[in-house]
Ligand binder design. Structure first.
Ligand code: SAH
Ligand code: SF4
Length: 372
């Protein structure tokens, strides 16, 4: 039980002036995670996808996309450079490539595990339980699988042939296999209401994950959802007089802050989609309670084709070590410090949970002086 009712969450999300919500989230973040930010190296290993999600540019029916799949050597070598450059987590993400056998990924995970104790995170969508188990056995630590929306009807409409129940079963398989599980949802989907978002936050809390990605939906012109497709044009909250000017990115910040307040220990990235949709999205995400940044280390000629949504800054083939340094200086200018720990999921031992927002104290596990 979260102790929060849907009505209370809706009230907080609908606050005409969200500054106090953000301040409360920032206080919880400071108390539990200090000024540390965990950097995760993100490697987009392929854009081939058998699914046909109505919101995503990688969907099967987007014929205009040039497809790629990185070979094993490129993946392992890029992961190696990322770890050498300072990253303590490597995240590999891809479309659901039905042509790839799960043992391909098992061998890659094992090769990476061979040279580093850095965390290995996977995000490849829905696979059978034994594939998840095989990758875990090979050395993967974490798996990211957003539930996307807790509204079952909306989910089935947006993900043809898939159900929310299947997605939640996958999350259960992952947990049983011993992964640190990451999940999350999109904000601003056509037809989404503030009630839906409150339900998303309650589901997130009930799932008790180690991390959660919460970011705005960004329309992609090559997808049916960006056109009419029988949906209303925007999220339903735009009909609410208090929220009529609240864009998906603004609402994402509110949801991020609520997620922080409701789940003090959760690892919460300021998502790339937030940065795309909002000026200073990373900085504002951190101020609203986020404590993680994903840094794209994909070779630039592929990174352009990982076109989930438009507006992402094209990669410049910067060495991961340079990227790490650049992020580190940008963060210290904002008063944050890059954590040198892996940033594993913190299990909320009851005695360590802050008694109330901002008053508890939980020392960060990194070795940076004064971090917490
Ligand atoms: N194929 C895997 C991982 C890649 S997609 C999967 O689906 O789980 C990663 C995430 O991108 C998805 O979970 C979804 O939440 C997000 N995403 C997809 N299309 C998007 C869009 N148009 N705007 C914002 N986020 C999007
Ligand atoms: Fe494929 Fe994931 Fe995009 Fe859906 S969201 S089309 S599963 S890459």
């Amino acid at each position: 039980m979260s102790g929060w009712t849907k009505k209370e969450i809706v009230e907080r999300l609908r606050e005409p002036e969200p500054a106090s919500l953000f301040a409360e989230a920032a206080a919880v973040r400071l108390a539990v995670h200090g000024r540390c930010v965990h950097l995760r190296a993100l490697l987009e290993i392929g854009n081939i996808c058998r699914a046909n999600c109505l919101y995503c540019g990688l969907r099967r029916c987007n014929a205009s996309l040039e497809r790629y799949s990185l070979d094993a050597d490129t993946i392992v070598e890029t992961a190696f450079r990322a770890v050498k450059g300072g990253f303590r987590t490597v995240v590999m993400q891809a479309g659901e490539d039905g042509g790839k056998r799960p043992d391909f990924m098992r061998d890659i995970v094992a090769s990476i595990r061979n040279f580093t104790d850095a965390a290995i995170t996977l995000s490849f969508g829905e696979w059978p339980e034994d594939a998840y188990g095989m990758w875990r056995q090979a050395g993967a630590d974490r798996y990211l699988l957003r539930f996307e929306t807790s509204n079952r009807q909306l989910y089935s409409r947006l993900r043809p042939g898939r159900t929310l129940g299947q997605r939640l079963s996958c999350l259960e398989f992952l947990r049983k296999s011993g992964y640190q599980v990451g999940t999350g949802f999109m904000v601003g989907l056509p037809g989404q209401t503030v009630d839906d978002l409150a339900q998303d936050l309650l589901l997130l809390h009930a799932l008790d994950p180690a991390m959660a990605g919460i970011g705005p939906y960004i329309p992609h012109p090559r997808t049916p959802l960006a056109g009419k497709y029988g949906f209303r044009k925007g999220p339903d909250w735009r009909e609410d007089p208090v929220l009529k000017d609240c864009e998906a990115a603004d609402m994402s910040l509110r949801c991020l802050a609520m997620a922080r307040i409701m789940n003090p220990f959760l690892h919460l990235p300021a998502t790339t989609a937030l940065e795309v949709a909002l000026d200073n999205g990373y900085g504002r995400g951190l101020s609203a309670g986020a404590n993680v940044l994903m840094v794209d280390v994909t070779p630039s000629r592929y990174n352009r084709a990982y076109d989930i949504y438009p507006g992402r800054e094209p990669g410049k083939d910067e060495d991961p070590a340079e990227l790490w340094k650049r992020c580190s200086s940008a963060l210290s200018a904002l008063g944050y410090a890059v954590s040198d720990s892996r940033g594993d999921g913190k299990k909320a031992a009851p005695s360590l949970v802050p008694e109330s927002a901002g008053t508890g104290n939980y020392p960060c596990s990194c070795s940076i002086a004064d971090c917490g």
